[in-house]
Design a protein around this ligand. Structure first.
Ligand SMILES: Cc1ncc(COP(=O)(O)O)c(C=O)c1O
Length: 400
């Protein structure tokens, strides 16, 4: 990894997002392997949430694994289309207008509708089996999704039309624990049995927790094996027919540890009780860590790209804007006392909701992005220009 980082920095400088295709593919394979272990592989379809990273070149790499992409807006669809990424997609959006529903139907794309009103419009106009999102929260508090108390009416409406839902969709919320995921699986199975027992697809959504604090690369990930073991047991206990399939929409768990942000140390300020490390990064490059009050694990490299491992000091990581709260992420971290100006810090696990959340605020130009592949390194996004603030996606990857 250090060799690649050295080459990337000498080619494009810092700050820079770096992705590792090997890890990305392994993260997907982990899910398939767990499914295989519990004989669910033939019954599981994976659609990866586009907005978790949004770099089409990364989705190209994933596409080889024959898995689908989850979109949520028409803009995303246009982007994905430009990069030939629309072979296998599903759309789980917010509320849609009538004309937006017409658009997706015309494109022949499955959409998980988010309200009873939309389902009625869709069915009355197109007389097709609808897919829809169901709110499983205790107080029916989800912004979108059909409420449990509306299901009786919905089931009667579909019965009168002679239709069976194409898919029942749930979304539990990002960073959901295994326990929560299991509970919600049981809830959706109850709903399926009570209201829509003829349905052949249940979409379990995304939101699978990723543990940013764990240093063990395996333990960081959602426990897919335990989840599928539970699902497999429940399917037997509840005698769910074998032709009922399941869809997953993971984002975070697939991308998080496949990407990191590399920043340079510009200045070390020695204070009485800690070091304040001035970097060329900023929270605007990875705002989700600050929004979620989340610390990331760090790797420190000397300017010769040697790992610095003796984390014997305490410090904070300052961003490069003037905002008084611009720390890469909140709180103090352990840092090597020998860290000096010109060295590098790798912020790990920022492949999901990182570069895609770049903020215009404070006028930091977006970072370039580089993909490490077995055979070579590829630039997949140019650095933003000084006088502009958009993500400069390259048309096709450029070898470094
Ligand atoms: C409907 C839906 N599916 C999937 C996801 C992806 O969630 P995560 O990246 O937490 O797995 C989201 C995230 O907001 C979502 O709203």
């Amino acid at each position: 990894m250090q060799k690649e980082i050295s080459k990337i920095i000498s080619s494009v400088g810092t700050p820079v997002f770096v992705y590792d295709e090997k890890i990305l593919l392994a993260n997907i394979q982990r899910i398939f392997n767990a499914g295989l272990k519990y004989n669910l592989d033939d019954r599981i379809k994976i659609y990866i949430a586009y907005f978790a990273n949004s770099n089409p070149h990364l989705f190209k790499a994933i596409q080889k694994k024959k898995i689908g992409i989850l979109l949520q807006t028409r803009e995303e669809y246009i982007q994905a289309k430009r990069f030939n990424l629309i072979n296998n997609i599903v759309v789980s959006p917010s509320f849609l207008s009538d004309s937006e529903i017409d658009f997706w139907v015309k494109e022949n794309i499955v959409v998980n509708l988010a309200s009873l009103e939309e389902v009625k419009y869709f069915v009355n106009k197109f007389n097709q089996a609808p897919s829809f999102r169901i709110d499983l929260t205790e107080g029916s508090t989800q912004r979108t999704a059909i409420k449990e108390y509306q299901l009786f009416e919905l089931a009667a409406f579909l019965r009168a039309k002679g239709l069976t839902p194409r898919s029942l969709h749930i979304y539990v919320g990002t960073g959901s624990s295994l326990l929560k995921m299991k509970r919600n699986f049981e809830k959706v199975i109850d709903i399926y049995r009570q209201y829509f027992p003829e349905t052949k697809e249940i979409n379990l959504g995304g939101g699978f927790a990723f543990n940013y604090a764990d240093i063990d690369p395996e333990k960081k990930h959602f426990n897919w094996e335990e989840y599928f073991k539970f699902i497999s047991r429940k399917l037997q206990e509840r005698i769910i027919p074998k032709d009922v399939n399941f869809v997953l929409e993971p984002g975070r768990d697939v991308f998080a540890d496949a990407g990191s942000l590399v920043v340079s140390v510009k200045r070390i300020v020695n204070l009485k009780n800690k070091k304040n490390i001035g970097t060329d990064g900023s929270y605007v490059l990875m705002p989700s860590a600050t929004i979620r009050k989340r610390q990331h694990t760090l790797t420190f490299l000397s300017n010769e790209f040697e790992k610095l491992t003796k984390n014997n000091c305490v410090g904070v990581l300052s961003g490069s804007t003037t905002l008084s709260s611009d720390y890469l992420f909140p709180g103090e971290v352990n840092i090597p006392g020998e860290l000096k100006e010109g060295d590098y810090i790798i912020v790990n696990d920022i492949g999901a909701y990182g570069a895609t959340q770049h903020m215009e605020f404070l006028n930091k130009k977006p970072c370039p992005e580089v993909l490490i592949r077995k055979e070579a390194l590829y630039l997949i996004t140019d650095r933003g220009k000084d006088d502009d603030k958009i993500r400069y996606l390259v048309k096709s990857p450029k070898e470094l």
